[in-house]
Design a protein around this ligand. Sequence first.
Ligand code: AMP
Ligand code: ZN
Length: 473
Amino acid sequence: MKILNTLSKQKEEFQPLVPGKVSMYVCGPTVYNLIHIGNARPMVFFDVVRRYFLYRGYEVNYVSNFTDVDDKIIKRALEEGVDSSVISRRYIEECKKDMVSLNVMEATTHPLATEEIDGMIEMIATLIDRGFAYRAGDGTVYYRTRKFPYYGKLSHKNLDDLRSGNRSILVTGEEQKEDPLDFVLWKPKKEGEPAWPSPWCEGRPGWHIECSVMSRKYLGEQIDIHGGGEDLIFPHHENEIAQSEAVSGKEFAKYWMHNAFLNIDNHKMSKSDGNFFTVRDILAKYEGRVLRLFLLSAHYRSPLNFSDELMRAAKSSLERIINCAGNLDHLSKHAQTAEMTGEEQALLDESDRFGTAFEQAMDDDFNTADALAAVYELVRFINSRTTEESSAAFVQALQERLYRLTDVLGLDLSIDKASGNAEEDARIEAMIAERQAARKAKDFARADAVRDELAAMGIILEDTREGVKWKRA
Ligand code: AMP
Ligand code: ZN
C-alpha cells in the first residue's frame, strides 16, 4: 500500500510500526456549531482509510479529538449567555449524530481537550524543563520554535522565510515573545473564560498542545498515520511535531496525510467565511450515504467543488449500486437452483478483476475515485450476467463481492435507509405480501386499500419483472 506522505511529498510504501497494527490520529472539529460538509470530508475519508486497513486485515487504533475549548466556543457561549461547556457538549452530540448519518465508525477513542488538561500541563512543564518553552511575564507559556531544529519539515517552509514574513504581524502580547514564530502553549485567563490552575497562571491551553498530548496518551510516542485537512499542515501539525518530538526525541508520526478542501465556487468552504452548508442542511435534501459517496467521488488530495449537480449524480450512482444489490437479493430469494454451474463459476472468476482493480486503486494512496469506478464496473457486470435462471450460489457470491467493496467505502446498500427501522420494514413487507395475495385472489378492493395505506405511509410500490419493489418517497 502506498501513501503520499506530506513529510516527503513522495508516495511511500506503508510499513506499520508494529506488524499487523495501525495507529491513526485524525484532528477533529472545534465544536461551536454544526459541522459543515467541508469538515465531513476528512471524517468520511479517514473513516475509509480505517476501513481499508481493516479490510486488509490490520487492527486499527483510531483516535480523533473534539476541540472543546477555543475562542470560537467561548464567543458563542457569551452570545447565548451560557457556559462554554453547554455549547461544546451540544455540538459534540450533534456532530456524533452527523457521523451516524454519514456512517462514520466511532473512533476507538474520542478524547475531549477539557478532559486532558493535566496531561497538557505535564507536557508543557517537560518542554519548559528541556528549554523548549518559556513563561513570559503575564503567565503565557510559549514554545521556543527556533530551538527545534526540524521546524518546517512538514510544511516545507524555511524558518528564515517564515521569520521575516511574520515580523510584520505583531498582535497583542507578541512583544513578549522571544521570537515572532514562537507559539502559545498556555495562556492566561480572561474575564468570563473557562480556566484551569497551572504552575504558570490560571488559564487555558493553546490549541496545538492537545493533539500532541492525546496522541501520546492513547496511541503512544510514535504513531503510524496522522491526518486532517490540508489547512492543518501549517501551523497546527508543524507545531504538533515540534511539541511531540521535543518531548520524545522520536519521530512523532510516520505518515502525514492531508485531504484537499471541499470548495464552493472554487473557494474553501469555511464557517468563518460564511460560505458553507452544514451536513444537516444537506441531509434535509439527500441521504447521508449520498453525501458520503459524493465526498469519495474525488481523490482526497484533489479539491472537490460542491454542486447540486454533483450531488444528483452521486444520488443516481448510488441508486444504481443499491438497485443492483436489491436485484441480487430478489434473485437469491427466488433462485430455482442452488448450485453454481461451471459457466457461473467461470463468470465469478472473471468478476475477480473488479476486486483487484478496487484494491489497486485503494493501494495507490487511497484512490476512492478509481475504487468507485471499479464498483460501478462490477455493478454493470452483475447486471448483465445475472438472470432469473441464475443459481442461488452464484448470486450470493456476487453479492458478497459487491458488499465487500462497498463496505470498505462505508456505503450502506439497504433498500430502506430513511428510517433504518427493521420493524417497520417488516410491516411494509407484510403489507405488500397481503396486497399480492389479495390480487391473486382477485380481491382488488382489498389490494387497492392496502396500496393506499402504503401510499399514505409514503411508500411507493413498483411492479417489476422481478416482483414488487418498494421505496420511501
Ligand atoms: P475545524 O473545525 O476547522 O478545526 O476543522 C475540522 C477538520 O475539517 C480539519 O481536519 C480541517 O482541516 C477540516 N476542514 C475544514 N474545512 C474544510 C474544507 N472546506 N474542506 C476540507 N476539509 C476541511
Ligand atoms: Zn490536531
